[in-house]
Design a protein around this ligand. Sequence first.
Ligand code: AMP
Ligand code: ZN
Length: 117
Amino acid sequence: MPDYEPGCLFCRIIRGEAPSKKVYEDEHTFAFEDIRPQAPTHVLVVPKRHIRGLKEAKPEDSETIGHCHLAAAQIARERAIEDGYRTVLNVGPGAGQSVFHLHVHLIGGRHLKWPPG
Ligand code: AMP
Ligand code: ZN
């Protein structure tokens, strides 16, 4: 899998070729505000390396995926939403995955019901 997938929206965002409201960046991850927020905090954390989704992830992607979750936890700490937030990976169209570059949704800042819809 190449690091960059031509035509991938999130690859373009990471490279600054498409606009985003950047929240956080480190060596492995990039985070930005979701364009259609579902809660006061709705941030997308993505690996800089193109991974199509969790289904397609390989053992060598484990650390990268872990980094995304830890980056989400760091953002939640900074935003003081640690009373309750959710990290979500939608996997496949049936679960609502619409962008095929793996992304962790960080959702919080309001009461979150369980189970999700
Ligand atoms: P999913 O449905 O899990 O694939 O999540 C894709 C998310 O990307 C949705 O929550 C969209 O609102 C969000 N999204 C789509 N295009 C953009 C964009 N240009 N900038 C920020 N978020 C976006
Ligand atoms: Zn991509």
